[in-house]
Design a protein around this ligand. Structure first.
Ligand SMILES: Cc1ncc(COP(=O)(O)O)c(C=O)c1O
Length: 388
């Protein structure tokens, strides 16, 4: 009998929605992952900014196992303790608000879009347009793919929902020029991730906040990738001295267990019974995982650690000969002048280092928050060897 490999089976049975790299991971420990041949890799991608505490963290695994033995799911017809407790913790860490739980970043952003539309109906004579930025990424549902400013993801699926206007990032005047009586909200990532890690310039978010206040618009911040310590603050907007009206979270929240959240300040808290919902959203299993993630981040001081390690990582990738290095905390990227990012990613993989080519030019690094200085040294050494 011929041995059937996982990639062959995957080609046969999985929809081909993305190109997978030729490796099959079977287990992980901290910042290390292992393939089916037993090779060890240093993981600087963390499931695309998801595994904040690395792989197989004992406390997350323990919390999941305990909750699984107690109560996995009840639906949202009833209260559950982990859900209420998680909402309380998120609000205490961020700004006065209430929380809707879902299962992904796209769903969290869908909730934010629906909030903005309902708010516009109530408060701005039916205004419903949301200003977002070119190059942004907000998810893959029809509304969020349209909100995102990357036509390659939305064009094949026309007709798209109307009501989204795209302007260049980091330019407040463009937002001002795009604002009209139809506008209801501005929706931004504090650091654009998927396009190759583009941080908001100093003053940009504060300027947008002021403009939204002046004009009576909602400010929605998509912190799906930047939230929960990733940038060296609990939430990236805290670097800018502002708070949004609506904030979305997902990715790292469950430490790898799917969960998303949409937080709305009292002004934007317009959902009423029947307006929105999710069968799985915020179920006890996902919320217990998320609570354990928050507990460990807090107890182990991982937000400050991420800031410190982020500076080290930034310095390490400066030596890679790129034309630009960008980032905030443990969300960093190097952009090469030549289209060599995919080849670099593949060569790193062969050298047992996991990095993420977001396009032909840029490599993104979003390692677990628990990464150590020694591991960053090891990654730097491997990347220099690869470049030789
Ligand atoms: C900023 C941002 N928003 C939303 C999403 C969508 O999240 P999900 O894939 O969980 O739907 C992503 C995913 O990469 C993201 O980076």
């Amino acid at each position: 009998m011929p041995v059937v490999t996982t990639p062959e089976l995957a080609d046969r049975y999985l929809m081909q929605v993305g190109r997978r790299l030729p490796v099959t991971f079977v287990r992980g420990q901290g910042c290390l992952v292992y393939d089916d041949a037993g090779n060890e890799y240093l993981d600087l991608v963390a499931g695309i900014a998801v595994n904040l505490l690395g792989h197989a963290h004992p406390e997350v695994a323990g919390a999941i196992a305990n909750q699984a033995k107690t109560l996995i799911h009840t639906s949202n017809l009833y209260f559950t303790q982990p859900q209420v407790e998680l909402a309380r913790r998120l609000v205490e860490l961020s700004f006065p608000s209430r929380v809707f739980f879902c299962n992904s970043g796209a769903e969290a952003n869908e909730a934010a879009i629906k909030i903005a539309r309902k708010w516009g109906t109530r408060n701005r004579a039916g205004a419903h347009e949301i200003i977002t930025t070119l190059g942004s990424f907000h998810g893959r549902t029809l509304a969020t793919v349209t909100a995102g400013g990357q036509p390659k993801y939305s064009d094949p699926f026309k007709p798209l929902p109307e009501g989204f206007v795209h302007v260049p990032y980091n330019d407040l005047d463009e937002i001002k020029a795009a604002t009209s009586a139809r506008t209801v909200a501005v929706m931004l990532e504090p650091v654009m991730g998927e396009i190759g890690v583009v941080p908001a310039k100093p003053g940009y978010l504060a300027g947008v906040r002021r403009w939204c206040d002046d004009q009576g618009l909602l400010l929605i911040l998509d912190e799906v990738q930047t939230g929960l310590g990733r940038t060296g603050r609990w939430f990236a907007h805290q670097h800018h001295g502002i708070t949004p009206d609506v904030m979305t979270l997902a990715k790292g929240l469950g430490g790898g267990v799917p969960i998303g959240a949409c937080l709305a300040a009292p002004k934007a808290d317009v959902f009423e019974p029947g307006d929105h919902g999710s069968t799985f959203g915020g179920n006890p299993l996902a919320c217990a995982a998320a609570l354990s993630v928050l507990n460990v981040i807090e107890r182990d001081g991982l937000v400050g650690h991420a800031a410190e390690m982020g500076e080290m990582l930034n310095a390490a990738i400066h030596g890679l000969g790129g034309k630009e290095v960008r980032g905030l905390g443990l969300m960093q990227a190097v952009e090469f002048a030549e289209p060599r990012a995919k080849a670099f990613q593949q060569a790193c993989l062969e050298a047992r280092l996991v990095v993420n080519a977001v396009d032909d030019h840029s490599i993104r690094f979003v390692p677990p928050l628990i990464i150590t200085a020694e591991q960053i040294d090891r990654a730097q050494h491997t990347m220099h060897e690869v470049l030789k």
